[in-house]
Design a protein around this ligand. Structure first.
Ligand SMILES: NC(=O)c1ccc[n+]([C@@H]2O[C@H](COP(=O)([O-])OP(=O)(O)OC[C@H]3O[C@@H](n4cnc5c(N)ncnc54)[C@H](O)[C@@H]3O)[C@@H](O)[C@H]2O)c1
Length: 325
């Protein structure tokens, strides 16, 4: 028997996770889907059971593990229900809409005494980020001193405000920076262009590494994520996000993807396979509930302090529980 997975929320991300479970993941199958909009759930089900109530899906005896891909505001409630039911869960980022809700998930999991939550920070499975990570952990570029991140979107709707750019987009940069450097962030400073976009966020880690990130929601030319790590011996950075180069009319060129789905297709697939493999083996993989909480706590403190333009000292009310050592 393969792992029976239920997917909650079958919009852009949930439909992709459902597709991966149906066609590209070994050891698992899509057992159920749930969406508040039943027609969306039915479109993604393709033979799987259909629910419109997420709690009914989580409680269902035919679901062994859960993927949460409904809106951010629903994550904490459903993740806590998965913990109460003792079911492993892959929860899309962010773990919760607020740090307090994220902390509640950490505390519930710590009380349970076993890890069931993975947060869908899929960049940890992206082949380019994985190579950059190993360039540091192998010692090849020496001790890291700087990390430059670029996060550019083609365009964003008007309601995607500066605060949302931090809590919904920049959270990826917080998580990948902590993971690439193996460090905790201790300070942050935000400088915004007129109108609020782009913004530059500069963080410093507990080891003194400097992390600079351009968060640019209306870059105009495509979806572009880039990172360069500077070590004492050398640097490592992503190559252009392309498989082919076109030579035409005296110019060499490649296309940028319009959004994150094509750019991170392989990362989503590898993440799903790794999560299924770990779940079947009784382990967890990827970003933990603690990582999810810290990331949301940092984002929240940056939003609270960003209008001042001064240095923000990042604090956490809880020391890392032993479960996440
Ligand atoms: N990892 C990534 O790179 C990445 C990228 C995009 C989005 N996300 C995250 O994935 C989640 C979903 O984003 P999306 O872009 O797919 O959004 P979306 O709006 O396309 O889809 C959300 C779906 O959830 C459904 N829904 C709403 N309330 C619900 C509820 N209470 N119970 C069940 N279903 C409900 C909606 O009807 C919709 O179909 C968000 O948390 C977002 O932050 C992650």
């Amino acid at each position: 028997m393969t792992l029976a997975v239920g997917v909650i929320g079958t919009g852009v991300m949930g439909a992709e996770h459902a597709r991966l479970l149906r066609s590209s993941t070994s050891g698992a199958h899509l057992a159920a889907v749930c969406d508040a909009d039943e027609s969306r759930a039915k479109a993604a089900a393709q033979g799987a059971a259909v629910f419109t109530d997420a709690h009914a899906l989580i409680a269902s005896a035919s679901v062994q593990a859960v993927v949460i891909a409904s809106p951010d505001a629903t994550h904490a409630e459903y993740a806590l229900a998965c913990l109460a039911a003792g079911k492993p869960v892959l929860c899309e980022k962010p773990i919760a809409a607020t740090a307090a809700e994220g902390l509640a998930i950490v505390q519930a999991e710590a009380a349970l005494g076993r890890r069931l939550v993975t947060v869908g920070f899929m960049r940890r499975f992206d082949p380019a980020y994985v190579e950059m990570h190993s360039a540091r952990t192998s010692g090849r570029i020496g001790n890291a001193v700087l990390l430059h991140n670029i996060h550019r979107n083609l365009s964003a709707p008007d309601w995607f405000t500066g605060a949302m750019a931090v809590t919904n987009s920049f959270v990826h940069e917080i998580d990948i920076s902590r993971w690439l450097l193996g460090s905790e962030m201790v300070t942050a400073r935000v400088t915004s262009a007129p109108g609020g976009d782009p913004m530059m966020v500069t963080m410093q880690s507990d080891k003194g590494e400097i992390v600079s990130t351009e968060v640019h929601m209306n870059a105009g030319y495509g979806y572009h994520v880039h990172a360069q790590m500077v070590g004492r011996l050398g640097t490592v950075e992503m190559a252009a996000p392309t498989r082919v180069l076109t030579n035409l009319a005296a110019t060499q060129s490649f296309d940028f993807p319009p959004n994150w789905v094509p750019r991170f297709t392989e990362a989503y697939r590898l993440q799903m396979q790794a999560w299924v493999d770990a779940t079947l083996a009784g382990r967890t993989v990827g970003a933990s509930a603690w990582d999810g909480y810290v990331t949301t706590a940092i984002a929240e403190q940056i939003v609270d302090g960003m209008t001042s333009g001064g240095q923000i000292t990042l604090t956490f009310p809880l020391a890392r529980p032993a479960l996440y050592a």
